[in-house]
Design a protein around this ligand. Sequence first.
Ligand code: ADP
Length: 399
Amino acid sequence: MDPWIVISLGLAVTAIVVAGIAIRNARALTRSLAANRRLRADVSQRDDEIAGAAAEQAVLGEAVGSGIVRVDRSLRVISANAVAHTLLGRTPGTLVGRSVMEAFLDASVESMAQAALANGTARTEVRRADADGPMLTVLGRRAHAGGLWLIVDDVSELRRLQRIRTEFIDNLSHELRTPLTTVSLLAETLSREADGPDVVLPPKMRDRIGKIEVETGHLVQMVNELLDLSRIESGDTLALVDGLDMGRLAAQSAERLRLFADRQGVTLRVEAPDGLPPVRGDSARLGQVVVNLVHNAVKFSPDGGEILVRADREGADIVTSVQDHGVGIPRDAQDRVFERFYKVDRARMRAETGGGTGLGLAIARHVVEQHGGRIWVESSEGSGSTFSFALPVAGNGDH
Ligand code: ADP
């Protein structure tokens, strides 16, 4: 074949191949340009969405009544709404860039923030560091993107009303105590005299005197418990001792109610190993907690029921519990039983144990929380309840 023809054919094939490659490249380029355009549109849409969300967050942040402060991992303020500036007594816009310590001027907020970073959430209450400054609660919550949200609320009015309520109950109880004690003593004397050998009384009258004595006893108990509660609530100082053996205290306190339990036909069992690690606490107050729990357990147990009082170590705590097999507590009432005066159902209690004041568990909760502990109930209706409280082991707990 003519060499020119071969060369021409070769050139033609090369041209076709090159053209093919060029066309493919052009298509790839078009595709990548289109993808690039889509990506840019996507990014700009996301930017808009983020800006929109940030704007809405800012609107919400200004609309709520709470102070909202966002801090980064090193506890420096990234943003703060207007309420936060007002509550902390700052001119608008001056909080960003400050440390938590500079913003709140209180070391307890800084420790709370450290605790919230470590555990996810923590709370503290502080008075703003100027004369007559408001009482503030500060709730720290770990943020998804690192750092914390600090929610600040003014609770001055709430605390003022609580103080008025406590003082009112305290005054009223003091006023009631003296005449009630007199009435109670008179009722007791009357009842004793009515039982005298030469006294002939119609049975109805004897019965009424007995009822007056019982009901006055309840009133005296209620007034005493109200006074107790208001003393505890107003921060009455605890007589703390270091080496308190909760096992021994639980056993001794349960023993105080053995006679009462026997009379109701209820068996009382105590399981408390010797030599539990000590807790730091007020033995009279903690003893009162155990007595209140055992007293309730007897009141709500059936004839022949058994109550188990236990104390044992669980992790860093000593947990004391009182278990009964009585009527139990409906689920929706379980949180409420620790409120003052709350009673699940007045008709459920054993009649012969007398009424209750509805204050025993409120007192128990206050005492336990004053000790840095917590109290809770596990219960199912018809099969019984277990009330437990946990107190931290004193010192380093190496016992
Ligand atoms: P109260 O003087 O009425 O016993 P508490 O504060 O001790 O007051 O208890 C509040 C309420 O909780 C009781 O009235 C009762 O309804 C319920 N409760 C407490 N302990 C028990 C228990 N062990 N079993 C069933 N219900 C209980």
